[in-house]
Ligand binder design. Sequence first.
Ligand code: GAL
Length: 972
Amino acid sequence: MLLALLLTCATLVAPARAGTAPEVTYDKYSLTVDGRRIVLQSAEFHYFRLPSQELWRDVMEKFKAAGFNAVSLYFSWAYHSPAPGVYDFSGVRDVDRLLRTAHEAGLYVIARPGPYINAESTGGGFPAWLKTVPGRARSFEPGYREAYREWLHRINPIIARHQVTDGGPVILYNAENEYQVNTDASYMQDIQDQARADGITVPITTNDCCDAGSWSSTWATGPGAVQIPGVDDYPQSFECANPGLWGPWGEGLTEKLRDDIPVFAAEYQAGAIDLGNAGYDKCRELTGPAFMKFFYKNNLIQTGATMFSYYMGYGGTNWGWLAQPNDVYTSYDYGAAITEARRLTPKYDEFKRQGYFLEAVAPIAKTDALTPSPAVPAGAALTTVARANPDTGTQFVLVRHTDRAATSADSATLDWAAPDGRYQVPVQVKGRDAHVLVAGYDLGGQRLAVSTSSIMTHAAIGGRDVALLYGTAGAPGATVLRYASQPSVKVLEGAVRVAYSGGDLRLDYAHEGLARVLVTGGGRRPVLLLIGTDEEAARFWRASTPAGPVLVRGTELVRSATLRGDVVRLKADTASGAASGAAAAGEVEVFAPPSVKRVEIGPSSGQPASQGSGQAATPSSGQSVGGGDVPVTRTASGSLRGVTRAPVPADLPALTGWRAHPEAPEAAPAFDDSRWKAADHTTTTSPHPPKTLPVLYADDYGFHNGNVWYRGHFTATGTETTIDLNAITGLRGNYLVWLNGRYLGSAAGGVEADSGDQWTPPNPDPGPGHFAVPAGVLKPGADNVLAVLVANMGHNDDWIADDLRFKQPRGLVAASVSGTPIAWRIQGTAGLDKLRGPLSTGGLYGERTGWHLPKYRDKSWKEAAPSAALTPGVTWYRTSFELDLPKGQDVPVGLRFGGDPSPAYRVLIFLNGWNVGQYGADIGPQREFSLPAGLLNERGTNTLALAVTAEQPSAGPGPLSLFTYGNVRGGP
Ligand code: GAL
């Protein structure tokens, strides 16, 4: 009843009421916030993959600067909860601060607390302790029900106090995640009921996949149905090794799910997981600008979608034991527009071109399909598709190749019946591309009759309009503006032909560099037309200030701007250099009101960013970057042009002074394990029946993450010949075995049995290891010790809502020494590291003893570099280094392994005690690891510790070095 009422209310478009909180409503066209239609342009960000609160601000400011008006946030239950009833929202888990940061950056938030999130994260976001809770996960069954309600009652109130309706950024609440298989409507409904009870008032959405659509179909108004279902689409697949693919998983057109709601692309592909270990640069190529231009624009115009959330905008790092190991390794860069090291890529430029357009051209938020679309001459290789705004008449025309996969350059003259008249205008599509062209548009104080250049943005600045148009380099373009009388036209730069007839001012040109045309008179306020190539257009930034917008050409990034008196102050990143740290100075050109005479680049002076709704945010707390005046001259375009100062080169020290220490005392028979837990359970809640007793599943004894040790004591008869073990680790995992201190060898751990949508019956022999008992090692009649070190690489996801998959055990699942009874003890992580959370630390001896921590004193360790020869077992290395990175600059630093990665070893990397990743040939293709500021002390001492587990004798993983991913003056 309550839900029905809410549904009814929410579908009405409520006008803004003075003095009341903004409302989020919707109709068949778009979301409306406080009476204003918006096109939701969101990108996904996982705070749990960037354990540095100050860098959250960086990523979100970069989103905002690309024209995104929203960020989509999964909240990972596993990240916050080490044990039932225990939750932590402090430090890098401070989601309150996260939501405040989004607000300060001027972004709306799509809050996605699951409870299940998938996201290639361990357990799909479920804490591993949930594996020991009865009741099927992702169902309404008791046990699971109490557990997920506990999570929701912790996270929902935090989200609730940051809703748009309460002056915060949260605009939508996403229930569950791609919940399409093995569904339970009572559960889906209960998530929503709990959210409402916890104060969530914004519309509830869900992201459907796979066309199953049970929460989205027109008939789905019963239990579990959400207000605004959306669709996930990954048309390019995850085959990064084959970046030339073109829509192998479909055309990527988001379906309209119900007549009363906008088309919502809830997760639209903007990168890929690197399933084939091709490296993320290939994923970036697979999902690069060509894909974005063609697929995103097709989606916009063919389906009329007005709600987009791109997965991922920034991927980040699977630090600690955050990865779901069957799909990903340490880096979750994702081939996203912003790299793991927070660098901007050509994909970012394309987001910016599209995002600025959606932000500037308001009529796109409400369109209907328009037929006929502008005519293309018979036989032309091009097709048009059109939409029009029913109120303004503004037309939006998609021009693309008829053959979706064509790579040729094709031209045509469009015969376009536009609202202001009929026009013949040239278009060209070069390679895999598509253009969205506009006609009949009130562009500021101008009337744009038609243009075959794309609009990037326009702004009223100082009594005139500045409009930025663009097109493919070399392609012809025509723009027609309407006037009451003949205006005066000055071509300031570029080759532009000008003709005036019957009220139409027609400009013809080829897109080359940046043409500039100033039009005055004709009964309208002046307009400066900037007509560039795609690349030139991408050099522009738009920033809002309370005194109106400014446009900036150049710099690496403009985060925000303020206007005060005759000064424009830009919070900008300038002059990035090569990865070596060398940097060049760069040009900056500012389009601001004529009263502005000076340009400063420096920290924000406290002017708030503004959200799409225009509501004020609290001031940003930007640090001084020591910017200062940029000497500028006034250009013929009325802009101010100058050159910014180059960043100071950053020096990085060599990594020397390594010390080493062997580990694994647990392998020695005399090791005292009396304080370890006895592993003696004879029953388990796991749906996987034990193959041998006792039950040895690590989760059953409370050890959920990282390495776990087993010591099995048995009185040998002397006739034992074989040791038969079986362990499940998740993909990339292994286990090492010792008998009475003698190393017997290793084996690969078992992985989940299925390969996608369908669970295949559990593998009866998932991770076998058979070892012959060597002669002379057994001590008949006495205590013998079998020691096993098992890597737990993370937990299966629960994509198909099947406990057999999610609750697959980790650790030993079977053990026998020729049938002789064994008494087992088990040891994993020792206590919770409150600072670093439940997923950072595992159960190696060095981890239990604090060898990874900065304060550990290693002076007694012998001097040895990590390239020294390794013997099987675990060896630790430590060193420290001093950094003195230039203040007021953003210099992302990485750690590079220079040797040949070998399957003989695997390396856990600890930076100042934080597990920042894993290296090794069996782990993934990664050789460079991001050391994010925050964990990295940029001005001071840092400690690196490596835990190297070798299965065989081999050369070590060194040499290691530090490197920079870039260097800019500025930063968050
Ligand atoms: C979607 C899922 C996301 C993520 C993505 C692939 O199906 O909702 O959580 O797993 O696939 O990266």
